[in-house]
Design a protein. Structure first.
Length: 328
């Protein structure tokens, strides 16, 4: 998902210990997709409760979040709001990929090809209103704050870091850098036991590439984003080379003698002037143990012992609301 900048944007390695005491704004949609994709049975079937409802996302939220809190990290999740109209084509393509992957998953299962089945099952993960709402309910019962974005969750999380309300954004998508996140961390939700995380510091990224953030956004537009297709044959390295030679996207387009389906000025504004909520509250609460047991064990077939173990980890979170300076 998001723009492909991996070939030109290099990370620094950090450890979980480096995030101790820090407030981390987590891209909720990104994390939930990871849980839905990775937390599955051997044949690719997602975890389900006694009523056949998918619970992979709830499992991921409960155990990964409690593990982060146990490491002294203060998480706040940020949910997507209304998608930009230009994202429609991307969403349609993703939906088509999921539908096709689901068909291939079922065929592989019929043939007894378990490894092949799981490969396609991972690509069939889909988000639903029920998954989002149950995720929010779980976070509320855990006492973990979440913010509802007006538009893109990555833009909202970025604003929170820019505003000093969080130390970094946690996401797998490089879009956060384009939105201007001063610090972004990858791999936070992949595995709580992973030794090293990837951190991107915007100023260092721009200095290493010797370009401005506006030029980096232009590179992304040339490559293709969730909001436009980009120019055929132009990858990140080529896009960077073209931008350095011609300074801005309009000069590159003129040089290549191509037309873009969307005005670059409109695409630039999506990243440089995103719509964000400025009135929000970040507040941690004590977990509601009884309600969590009712919700997870009673309604969704979770092991009560595992739920209680997670609750114990969350209870260790210092919920005293201090000034933000105290966390940096």
């Amino acid at each position: 998902m998001g723009v492909k900048l991996k070939d030109i944007v290099k990370p620094e390695e950090i450890k979980f210990e480096d995030l101790k005491g820090k407030i981390v704004a987590i891209d909720a949609a990104n994390a939930l997709y990871q849980f839905l994709s990775s937390i599955r049975q051997q044949d690719g079937t997602p975890l389900k409760d006694h009523q056949g409802r998918v619970t992979s996302h709830l499992s991921g939220l409960l155990y990964r979040t409690s593990a982060l809190v146990d490491k002294g990290i203060k998480p706040v999740y940020v949910f997507d709001g209304k998608s930009h109209s230009l994202k429609g084509d991307t969403q349609t393509k993703r939906s088509e990929i999921r539908i096709e992957s689901e068909k291939k998953w079922k065929k592989a299962l019929e043939k007894g090809e378990i490894e092949e089945a799981r490969k396609y099952a991972v690509r069939s993960s889909r988000m639903s209103a029920e998954i989002i709402e149950s995720s929010k309910k779980l976070l509320d019962l855990m006492g973990i704050p979440f913010i509802q974005a007006v538009g893109e969750g990555e833009a909202q999380a970025t604003y929170m870091v820019q505003n000093g309300d969080a130390w970094c954004v946690a996401s797998q998508d490089y879009d956060c850098i384009l939105f201007g996140a001063p610090l972004m961390v990858r791999n936070l939700a992949i595995s709580s036991t992973r030794a090293n995380l990837e951190m991107f510091e915007l100023n260092k990224v721009l200095n290493n590439l010797d370009i401005t953030r506006e030029q980096l956004v232009d590179v992304a537009i040339l490559v293709g984003t969730d909001f436009n297709q980009g120019i055929k044959g132009v990858g990140a390295k080529t896009g960077l080379k073209l931008l350095k030679e011609h300074k801005d996207i309009y000069s590159v387009i003129k040089h290549l003698d191509v037309e873009m389906e969307v005005d670059p000025a409109v695409l630039r504004d999506i990243f440089l002037k995103p719509d964000v909520a400025v009135d929000y509250e970040i507040k941690w609460k004590k977990p509601d143990k009884d309600e969590l047991i009712d919700f997870l064990s009673g309604e969704h077939s979770f092991s009560q012992d595992r739920v209680l173990n997670a609750v114990e980890k969350i209870k260790g979170l210092n919920i005293t609301q201090k000034s933000l300076e105290d966390w940096f």
